[in-house]
Each structure stands twice: as structure tokens, then as C-alpha cells.
Design a protein around this ligand. Structure first.
Ligand code: HEC
Length: 101
């Protein structure tokens, strides 16, 4: 929670105004907590994925979110059932998206 609040304080206002100031890598994904996302990713995804590599390369945060949601809903085929809730997805995207740019 502390991290979430910290990143909201650093970037949230910027996002609300819609001004693309260089607000580190969390600007596009202020809803997610990259630190929590790293923990989730390391536990569930890192055995097969690296941030910013493979299927993540070049994807925007929105595309990554859509892809993971698609995996969750079953509309995108994936070799493993991943079982992330919406918060987990936002956090994981906050972690992997910066490297995907
Ligand atoms: C058992 C191995 C494995 C694990 C664990 C795994 N994945 Fe994957 N994932 C794959 C493979 C294989 C592909 C498709 C091959 C490729 O493109 O590299 C893939 C593809 C994806 C894609 C791209 C889907 C698309 O078609 O656009 C996303 C997003 C993704 N995984 C997210 C995750 C997330 C998030 C986790 C952890 C919660 C996770 N994966 C865990 C093996 C895994």
C-alpha cells in the first residue's frame, strides 16, 4: 500500500491532467504497484517469461493488460492458467511494461 500511495502521489496528478511529463515508468500505469507486481510476476510468471522480452516486447501497457485479461478470460490461449485478479494484473503490468517500451 505504501508503494501504491507513493506512486500515486508522484504520478497520479499528472495522469489526471493527462499531461505526459516524464514521470518515471509508472506514468502510463499509475493504478499498478510495480513492486507488488514484481513479486507476483516472480512467483507466477518468471519461470517462463522475462519482463520486456518474448511476447511482451514492444507492447504498450494497455496491450499487455488486454493480453493478460484475455488469458484470464480464456480468449487468448496460454500454456498455463494464471489466475490473476484485476489488481494483480495492474501491478504486473506496472512491473513489466517499463521494460517493454
Ligand atoms: C509455464 C510457462 C508459462 C508461465 C508460468 C506463464 N506463461 Fe505466459 N506464455 C507462455 C508461453 C509459452 C506463451 C506464448 C509463447 C510466446 O509468445 O512466447 C506465453 C504468452 C504470454 C502472453 C502473450 C499472450 C498473447 O498472445 O498476446 C502474455 C501476456 C503472458 N504470457 C502473460 C503471462 C503472465 C502475466 C504470467 C504470470 C501470471 C505468465 N504468462 C506465466 C508460457 C508461460
Amino acid at each position: 500500500m505504501k508503494n501504491l500511495l507513493a506512486s500515486a502521489a508522484a504520478c497520479g496528478g499528472v495522469l489526471v491532467l493527462g499531461i505526459a511529463l516524464p514521470c518515471a515508468s509508472t506514468a502510463a500505469t499509475a493504478a499498478g504497484d510495480a513492486v507488488a507486481g514484481k513479486a507476483t510476476f516472480t512467483a507466477n510468471c518468471a519461470s517462463c517469461h522475462q519482463p520486456g522480452a518474448g511476447p511482451y516486447a514492444g507492447k504498450t501497457p494497455a496491450e499487455l493488460t488486454a493480453a493478460i485479461q484475455g488469458i484470464e478470460s480464456g480468449s487468448i490461449k496460454h500454456s498455463k492458467k494464471i489466475g490473476l485478479n484485476a489488481t494483480d494484473i495492474a501491478n504486473v503490468v506496472a512491473y513489466i511494461a517499463p521494460a517493454a517500451k
